[in-house]
Design a binder for this molecule. Structure first.
Ligand code: FUB
Length: 352
């Protein structure tokens, strides 16, 4: 997520232009959103959806206006707890199971509970979440519950060897679990090279290869990494890695993995260009070959999603800031996702 540039002058202009475009689309030109917020009693974002016991569970960030100042560190994304949403079917009544985990109950966390994900294994539900530790370094934690809607109890320490933001936990058909993570700019991924932290490390220059998301296999305990954290290669059709200047295609944040017809689909946000893109590979580690756009930019600055199948249909869960008009106060939504015969995804625009 942008913690710096979209608060700089060019970034502010980008946000302003995007807002104007969306207002124009949704009001001036009488364009309407294709989906309504799933809930409006709280602001929610970054929806990671799963089907557990035949019920749809959505693990979102819980946006709130805490009055934290807007600054280069993104302090106004000051989320303090998680609420889990669930429903029997798409279009059905959405239930909010209340506070599932609060930052005050996470011993290692300092602030900012950002985009989470969840998994089921060992007769237990695992909630994976990023937060800044007490030193201000983004780490990924895990919490457990016997129920998919929580409440969850956090481990005393973050996952050993974890860093940055936006965990996505994927279960492969052989029962192995993998965790994808990372986010540049405010997500601090640029500070991690060869899994070592350098607080002074800078963002890449336009002609340098883009920073890559990360993957680790999870051990059976679901609370530790099996082996080293690796980079996930996203390449163009010629097998070349993207450069930083390819910022309409290169990885920024919001990893998601799903499998379709035996292929691995890695999708992600391009951040400062606001697309959800995807790339296809033959195994969980990649490389993944860039294919195109899943979701065009939405109202607000951030774009973050998940993709799951329910009863032979596929769905995209996403968020936008149409209702509040404020980048840090978002609402989660869902719409159907369709494939072409060749396995490519039909691009979605969230406004008619
Ligand atoms: O919600 C906080 C952050 O905003 C997430 O971690 C990013 O993916 C962006 O959506």
């Amino acid at each position: 997520m942008s913690k710096i540039k979209y608060r700089s002058i060019p970034g502010m202009i980008t946000v302003f232009v995007l807002c104007i475009c969306h207002v124009g689309k949704t009001q001036g030109n009488k364009k309407e959103p294709i989906s309504q917020p799933l809930v409006t009693h709280i602001y929610t974002a970054d929806p990671s959806a799963h089907l557990f016991n035949g019920r749809i569970y959505i693990y979102p960030s819980h946006d709130s206006a805490t009055g934290a100042p807007e600054n280069d560190n993104g302090d106004h994304f000051d989320m303090k707890d998680y609420h889990i949403l669930s429903m029997d079917a798409i279009g059905g009544k959405v239930t909010d199971d209340g506070v599932a985990l609060s930052i005050k109950d996470i011993p290692w966390a300092g602030r900012q509970l950002w985009a989470p994900d969840a998994a089921f294994a060992n007769d237990m539900y695992y909630l994976y979440f990023p937060a800044k530790d007490k030193m201000g370094i983004n780490r990924i934690g895990v919490a457990t519950s016997k129920k998919p809607g929580g409440p969850f109890v956090a481990e005393k320490e973050p996952l050993r060897g974890s860093y940055s933001i936006d965990p996505c936990v994927f279960k492969d058909d052989d029962g192995s679990f993998y965790i994808y993570f990372g986010g540049i700019w405010g997500g601090q991924l640029q500070r991690w090279n060869n899994n070592k932290y350098d607080s002074a490390a800078k963002l890449r220059q336009p002609d340098e290869t883009a920073i890559l998301p990360r993957i680790a296999k999870l051990n059976k305990d679901m609370k530790s990494f099996s082996g080293e954290v690796k980079e996930v290669k996203i390449v163009d059709k010629n097998g070349n890695l993207f450069k930083e200047k390819d910022n309409d295609k290169r990885f920024f944040e919001a990893s998601w993995m799903h499998k379709y017809n035996g292929k691995y689909y890695f999708s992600y946000s391009t951040g400062d260009t606001h697309f959800i893109c995807y790339a296809i590979g033959d195994n969980p580690y990649g490389p993944f070959t860039y294919q195109g756009v899943v979701l065009n930019p939405v109202a607000g600055w951030t774009n973050h999603h998940s993709i799951i199948t329910i009863k032979d249909k596929w769905y995209l869960f996403y968020h936008d800031a149409l209702l509040s008009g404020k980048t840090h106060l978002r609402n989660v939504k869902v719409t159907e996702l369709k494939y072409n015969k060749d396995g490519t995804i039909q691009t979605i625009t969230a406004y008619k």
